[in-house]
Design a protein around this ligand. Sequence first.
Ligand code: NAG
Ligand code: NAG
Ligand code: NAG
Ligand code: NAG
Ligand code: NAG
Ligand code: NAG
Ligand code: NAG
Length: 410
Amino acid sequence: MLFCIVVTSIFFNIFLVDFITCDGIFYLQRVPSSCVQTTVTTTQDNTTTTDCFIFSWQQITNLATNYTTYQDPTTNQTFYAQIAALTVLGTIDNRDLNYHCPPSGYNGVAPGCATQNNTHLVVLHINALDNKLYSINVILSGTPFPSPSSLVDNQPPFGTARHVFYGGIPTQSTDYLKICKRNSTTQCPNNDISAHALANPFPSNTGYGIFGIKRYDFVTNSVWIMDDVNQILICTAGTKYYYFNASGFFLYDYTSNTCIWSSACNYQCEVYNYNSRFLDYAGEWVITKKWGVGDMKPVAAQAWIGNAIDAAGIFPVILYIDNATGHYIGLDKIDEIPASNMGASYWYTAHDDTITGESVLKYHPNVVDVGCVSRLRDWSGPINDGEMVMTSKNSRLILWTAFFLYFFVT
Ligand SMILES: *[C@@H]1O[C@H](CO)[C@@H](O)[C@H](O)[C@H]1NC(C)=O
Ligand SMILES: *[C@@H]1O[C@H](CO)[C@@H](O)[C@H](O)[C@H]1NC(C)=O
Ligand SMILES: *[C@@H]1O[C@H](CO)[C@@H](O)[C@H](O)[C@H]1NC(C)=O
Ligand SMILES: *[C@@H]1O[C@H](CO)[C@@H](O)[C@H](O)[C@H]1NC(C)=O
Ligand SMILES: *[C@@H]1O[C@H](CO)[C@@H](O)[C@H](O)[C@H]1NC(C)=O
Ligand SMILES: *[C@@H]1O[C@H](CO)[C@@H](O)[C@H](O)[C@H]1NC(C)=O
Ligand SMILES: *[C@@H]1O[C@H](CO)[C@@H](O)[C@H](O)[C@H]1NC(C)=O
């Protein structure tokens, strides 16, 4: 079956226009009745017409950032997962898919989200071999933002919409990509939502790896150590250290040597919001390359796409869970405003199960080392190691051991 037709027209021997026509489908993953067949063309005209979305190829080329290269294990095709905020005009079935920031404080969202009109936040899947665009996930913002307590796993308004282009569309650097509804259909992949539940909370794991921002060509260390039994988490990005407990978090900034307490987001807000109210399953990806990571062995992961809400605010993400262990192993994030090479990425090359009551406490620098509190217990609360609650005597011993390790071993 032929999916793409190239039409070359010559008008008065002056204009040479290439129209590329493809078939595709479009649907909201959480709305079975949203499935439509689409006709995809490349055009020089960006005038909106009924039931069409118009993307700018120039923006796709200039703004999309690629942190992840993956192989689809069902086809063995390799794709770049490009993330971007793009200006997209038009609607299909009166859905505009424009991203809107939630009101500050919504479900614990920190202030700072800003976006622009007609902005779609997307993940573009570009084939590494033929350089064609095969699909797009659009991350929905959750507008009109119903009460967080009424949100249901895998039900609207959050989640993703998806464009699939059969045969792929050759990418180009100018003109517009126009995707129009042709017909309603029931041919969209049946997303067996319940078969792919995102563990909530994640199993507790430790992760050591990198945090990178492509725009600044910046790569630094990152650590994730989560202890769900004790409701404590350490998460770092370079010189910024976040120490979460059940009531809030300390943010220690090494550069300014300051430690700030905030109760705006606690352990639960940071960890439990990575869930199926906000994220849709995107498939099994074998990650073959990550930007900022040197030689890497392919890693089989489950990918999730949607919104993350945590101490840093709300941001759209691709989130990765290790296929073999269920460990959280990283995320790629998108900025809400169109700009080139934006976004950032966390990737944990080494990860393991957390030892309850031990992994977090052994990490340095801890809240005492950096001067946030004078005793670790002031932050951790009574520590449950899974068998016993630690006495102040042995926690002091651990503190001293930790102190010596920090100053004499590191
Ligand atoms: C649409 O095309 C016009 C004329 O080429 C251009 O000025 C305008 O910026 C375009 N709009 C978008 C949203 O790309
Ligand atoms: C993908 O590659 C594996 C290993 O090389 C092979 O066994 C499998 O048949 C391939 N699958 C497809 C769909 O080509
Ligand atoms: C966005 O749209 C609103 C309503 O159409 C308009 O008032 C506003 O100026 C627009 N903002 C930008 C940045 O274009
Ligand atoms: C649209 O779908 C209907 C029902 O599925 C079908 O009868 C009709 O032929 C389709 N039209 C086109 C143009 O594909
Ligand atoms: C995506 O990233 C990979 C590895 O970092 C790189 O090899 C590839 O050229 C990039 N692709 C694009 C389209 O930028
Ligand atoms: C992922 O895990 C499942 C279940 O353990 C297994 O069947 C599958 O082969 C794994 N996928 C990859 C790509 O390793
Ligand atoms: C979390 O740390 C803060 C600051 O030290 C402390 O006031 C609070 O009691 C701790 N919360 C728990 C549950 O231990």
